[in-house]
Design a protein around this ligand. Structure first.
Ligand SMILES: Cc1ncc(COP(=O)(O)O)c(C=O)c1O
Length: 473
């Protein structure tokens, strides 16, 4: 592609993106595609001849866009709402143009050093001490996998050479997390060969927070039975309700017992930027590792997960391996990112986080996160005052869990709420998702998009009430 053609297409693309970000309401938030629709609209054989980019772009609009669920829409309230903010999108454009592969310091010193500086800024914003070293992974799932691999290496140092079944292995191993911990912890244990049954799910209190006494009892009972604890995972902002485990008490247990503490603050870590909710990371200074996802609530385009660790030497001991062809003269004086994990190749993700933090500034980030929490409180109040709906969990941050009242029969009420959600989501104006709390179907409104305003939240509430009236019961 010659420079002139690139410029013409690039300008058209930027115009399209600017229009998209300005008028997302032109699109239904949740894609209305049927399964197979995109596949059927595309040839099943690769093209023999290349075509102009204009033609590819026409098909992008015609075939691909209808199959998009618009995460970058301010009416997106599902799962954890996220934002590809404009400065982040522009930085991603540059990242793609440079096509840096940041495995080694020399394969782009800027990528390695900007990652260190930017994660240092974020660490300060989170209020974590400088004993934490940091690295960027793609997702929190991968960050937690590395945390647990490091914890496993700490307990079974010969695992790297001989695997878990090697001579001198320590017998059954255990990881502890609340019953509301994210499924990525289960998956990490599957991947690490500990097995899903090595996860001990600790019960929670009535507000869905891990019970430290139950944790202490479980560890004691395991030790009595010859089971070796590997790690405790505390969740700051659980996926269903955003409950915050009592990390102060949990970290005391981890220190006293000498067990690695990993904190999954994938969503809620960002709340520590706001003075009123700084408490969410209380006790985390004593954790061994912690993950927070700027791609969740820090307006950074997907994907970027920040992993903080007080023993990155253990992560390196678990993973570094330098074949001859990757040896460099400066090894030993610089960080080579390939040493801190499974993957060799790494995207230049730091550029977008750097752009986001600089563009919004700490105050701008703080204001937006605080505003999302204010909106959640408003919505929560509407729910509390409504005769149609009830709240299903406390609202410490920016997610509201609620359900419509139904009959005394739980399954009829579940069914009513499912139908409500389907109807509201089919409006195309908003998208909400669900969870189950104490076995009961529960609707979640998650606020996190940078352009979400009170008007969007109010519209979601109107649609829910309209749907409730139309469905009756
Ligand atoms: C608490 C928590 N941890 C981990 C994850 C996994 O995040 P990722 O998609 O970055 O792997 C999620 C996803 O929502 C989450 O809510």
């Amino acid at each position: 592609m010659d420079a002139e053609t690139f410029r013409r297409n690039g300008h058209a693309l930027v115009d399209w993106i600017a229009e998209y970000l300005n008028h997302p309401e032109h699109y239904p938030v949740l894609s209305r595609n049927r399964p197979g629709e995109v596949r059927d609209a595309l040839p099943d054989k690769p093209p023999e001849r290349g075509v102009a980019f204009e033609e590819i772009f026409r098909d992008f609009e015609r075939v691909i866009v209808p199959g998009i669920t618009h995460w970058n829409h301010p009416g997106f309230f599902g799962y954890f709402a996220i934002s590809g903010s404009a400065p982040g999108i522009l930085a991603e454009f540059l990242t793609a143009a440079l096509n840096v592969q940041a495995m080694l310091w020399r394969t782009s010193p800027s990528a390695t050093e900007l990652e260190e500086v930017t994660l240092g800024w974020l660490r300060q914003l989170l209020g974590l001490p400088d004993s934490f070293e940091a690295v960027i992974y793609d997702t929190a799932s991968i960050a937690s996998l590395h945390a647990l691999a490091a914890a496993r290496h700490h307990v079974v140092p010969n695992v790297r050479l001989q695997g878990l079944s090697g001579p001198g292995n320590v017998g059954p191993l255990r990881v502890y997390a609340s019953e509301h911990a994210h499924s990525s912890i289960d998956k990490a244990l599957i991947t690490l060969g500990l097995g899903q049954e090595s996860l001990c799910k600790i019960p929670v209190d009535s507000e869905f927070r891990m019970l430290p006494d139950a944790l202490r009892d479980a560890i004691r009972s395991d030790r009595d039975n010859g089971v070796t604890p590997v790690a405790i995972v505390a969740t700051v902002g659980t996926t269903s309700t955003t409950s915050v485990d009592p990390v102060v008490s949990i970290s005391e247990i981890s220190v006293n017992e000498g067990i690695w503490l990993h904190v999954d603050a994938a969503y809620a870590g960002a709340a520590a930027l706001v003075p009123d909710t700084r408490y969410v990371l209380e006790g985390c200074a004593h954790a061994d590792s912690l993950v927070v996802n700027p791609h969740k609530w820090l307006f950074t385009p997907f994907d970027l997960s920040a992993f903080y660790c007080r023993h990155m030497d253990v992560v390196r001991a678990a993973f570094s391996l330098t074949p001859d062809y990757l040896d460099t003269p400066e090894a030993g004086q610089v960080k080579n990112l390939m040493d801190t994990g499974v993957q060799l190749g790494r995207r230049f993700r730091a550029l977008k986080l750097w752009a986001v933090i600089r563009y919004f500034g700490s105050d701008g980030l703080r204001e937006r996160i605080a505003e999302h929490m204010r909106l959640a409180q408003i919505f929560s109040k509407w729910v509390d005052e409504s005769s149609y709906f009830e709240r299903a969990a406390p609202v410490p941050l920016s997610v509201v869990c609620f359900r419509a009242h139904g009959s005394d029969n739980d399954s009829t009420t579940d069914d009513l709420n499912m139908r409500l959600l389907t109807r509201v989501n089919s409006s195309g104006e908003v998208f909400l998702s669900h969870t189950r709390l104490n076995g009961r179907y529960t609707i979640r409104l998650a606020i996190g998009h940078v352009r979400t305003t009170e008007a969007h939240v109010r519209r979601a509430w109107e649609l829910l009430n309209e749907a409730r009236r139309e469905i009756g019961e």
